[in-house]
Design a binder for this molecule. Structure first.
Ligand code: AGP
Length: 604
């Protein structure tokens, strides 16, 4: 979603802010801006569109010597993406950047306007800086004025304020939206919404908790918790280096992340596969005590991995499992019982809808587990237990390796529970563990496969839509393939259960309707095949993905013959990921930052 950066120090403040914002581009944005306070003079630049526009505007702006500065990439929530609505927002002698939503902004804005304050933007954010300056008029101590301002805000925020009232200080506050602070041996202070802008600059970082606020100067980092009590920073070292977040020679982060699925899945299973058991050191086995149902809740791609999990929990673990779309679950007044383990799945750990369902489950007294890719994220810090997917930074907005590692974790977790429930014999467990060990090899992208898909993609650049169809576990994979294509090609695609096509959608069958059919050999092959033949008989254009030749298909993408449908699943996953990538490339789209999308949707 929005991205925030901040810097206090003597180095090139402008460059540090702009390069920090570039590292946050993957979060999706439609405008950007910076504000720098140096020698008690403010410089402020904003631009709509990509960061290059802001760089152009600031090219003659030089910062030299000590300064404080803040920067922001904005994904519009309140107010159109315009320069006026871009952050930082100015009061009279202070600037603010903010990620989140101030839920009581309308009331505050009304009161401020009645006091004679003029607003320039349509944003909720602007009330923050005017409220701060209103408090400054009545409270001489700037930090106390900031403290009072925070207490008057309701909603989610990660914010930074710089002010001429204290020109050597940056004020910060965090509640519901992510932010961290980094320090190094040169007494420099760095702020960002996520790790990557601090990589290579900060030596250690502190991830703020909800309710944290405070300030930094050259000599100090003062943190207060939501009770107003001073707390110590919990510094951790940054786990990744900048290089691992770069493209490594691939055309896009998404392409790199598809290719690195083999390595990251190897990391995901590392230390977790015993001879005849799954090992999750991070889990206390009592988590499953008294549990008779598992409820999974997520959004988007994470919802698709949850659907995959539901087949495995019921088939392998013999435990009832249900799956919810988080944005639906939040408002349908769901019945929750304490014998249900509530599991949220999130790559970012910050998705607002999913985070709120986690809070609902906790408030209802359920035990909670999060499957997440970002340690120290809001969901990780809130859930009772956490299993990290270890996919590493995923910068492509269209999720790939996060999905692959989520399904891998769920496969392992279903076996972990199967053992607890004595649902699997030792031999069965050993066989499944052998299969898991083969997953990294099954997702290696071969040149031949990639070249074939690259060539094939030229045929799928038009038409009146795509169906991705599959049965059982391959139905959520069909949903995921359709989402990938929608996200980065902007072509319409729909995932559908193969067996459902005859209940209406087959009316769409014609040569312009492209059907991507998932035909695993080891799971309902004959039934799936007959569904596809029904479409082919009506002249639908079929692209079959299967280890077995299929003569009724117009196009055919072979995968390796596998021992088990789970390995077929991972092989077909790579195919649908690459197919959407190559179609998007041919259409000239921004594969890593598709239009209208954000990497982490931290608003409803
Ligand atoms: C995935 O390709 C999408 N970008 C999107 O659906 C994403 O999966 C969804 O927003 C959930 O994000 P999360 O996993 O970080 O919670």
């Amino acid at each position: 979603m929005c991205g925030i950066v901040g810097y206090l120090g003597k180095n090139n403040t402008k460059e540090i802010l702009l390069s920090g914002l570039k590292e946050l581009e993957y979060r999706g944005y439609d405008s950007a801006g910076i504000a720098v306070l140096q020698d008690n003079n403010f410089a402020n630049y904003k631009a709509v569109g990509k960061l290059v526009n802001l760089e152009e505007k600031t090219k003659d702006f030089i910062t030299d010597g000590f300064a404080v500065g803040i920067g922001h990439t904005r994904w519009a929530t309140h107010g159109k993406p315009t320069e006026l609505n871009a952050h930082p927002h100015l009061g009279e002698s202070s600037y603010v950047v903010h990620n989140g939503i101030i839920e009581n902004y309308a009331q505050l804005k009304k009161e401020l306007q009645e006091d004679g304050v003029t607003f320039l933007s349509q944003t909720d954010t602007e009330v923050i800086v005017h409220q701060f300056e209103k408090n400054l008029k009545n409270i001489s101590n700037a930090f106390e004025a900031f403290e009072k301002t925070i207490s008057e805000l309701q909603g989610a925020y990660a914010m930074l304020i710089v002010t001429k009232s204290l020109p050597d200080t940056i004020f910060f506050a965090k509640n519901g939206s992510p932010m961290l602070v980094g320090v190094n041996e040169n007494d420099e202070k760095f702020f960002a919404s996520s790790d990557s802008p601090l990589i290579g600059l900060a030596k250690e970082v502190n991830y703020f908790d909800d309710g944290d606020y405070g300030y930094v100067t050259q000599d100090a980092l003062e943190i207060f918790n939501k009770a107003g009590k001073k707390v110590e920073a919990h510094f951790v070292t940054l786990a990744t280096d900048k290089l691992s977040a770069q493209k490594d020679g691939y055309r896009f982060f998404m392409e790199k992340e598809i290719y690195e699925q083999s390595d990251v899945i190897a990391d995901t299973i590392l230390g977790r596969l015993g001879e005849d058991e799954i090992i999750f050191d991070e889990l206390d086995s009592s988590l499953f005590d008294g549990i008779h149902e598992i409820k999974l809740c997520a959004c988007g791609t994470s919802y698709h991995s949850a659907l995959c999990a539901s087949y495995m929990f019921e088939r392998y673990s013999k435990v009832r499992c249900s799956v919810e779309v988080a944005s639906e679950f939040r408002y349908r007044e769901p019945l929750m019982s304490k014998d249900t383990l509530f599991v949220v799945i999130s790559q970012s750990g910050e998705t607002a809808d999913t985070l709120e369902t986690l809070k609902m489950a906790k408030n209802a007294g359920l035990k909670t587990l999060v499957i997440c890719n970002v340690d120290n994220s809001s969901m990780v810090r809130l859930a009772d237990a956490c299993i990290l997917t270890r996919a590493g930074i995923e910068k492509g907005v269209a999720s790939t390796k996060a999905f692959a590692t989520q399904v891998t974790v769920f496969w392992m977790l279903s076996l972990y529970v199967a053992k607890r429930n004595k649902a699997f014999t030792t031999k069965e467990l050993q066989d499944q563990i052998h299969l898991l060990r083969e997953v990294p090899a099954s997702v290696i992208v071969t040149d031949a496969m990639h070249e074939r898909i690259k060539r094939l993609s030229k045929r799928y650049l038009h038409g009146h839509g795509f169906f991705f169809i599959g049965r059982d576990l391959f139905f959520p994979l069909a949903l995921e393939g359709a989402l990938k294509l929608k996200e980065i090609s902007y072509l319409h695609a729909e995932g559908y259960p193969s067996g459902e096509m005859k209940h209406g959608p087959i009316a769409l069958a014609d040569p312009e309707l492209f059907t991507i059919a998932l035909l695993p050999q080891h799971l309902l092959y004959e039934k799936s095949k007959s569904n596809v033949e029904e479409l082919s008989a009506r002249d639908s254009t079929i692209c079959a993905i299967s280890p077995l030749p299929f003569d009724k298909a117009d196009d055919f993408i072979p995968i390796n013959s596998c021992k088990d449908y789970m390995l077929e699943f991972f092989e077909m996953m790579v195919v649908v990921q690459l197919l959407s990538l190559e179609i998007s490339v041919r259409l000239g789209n921004d594969v890593d930052m598709p239009r209208n999308l954000a990497k982490s949707v931290t608003v409803e």
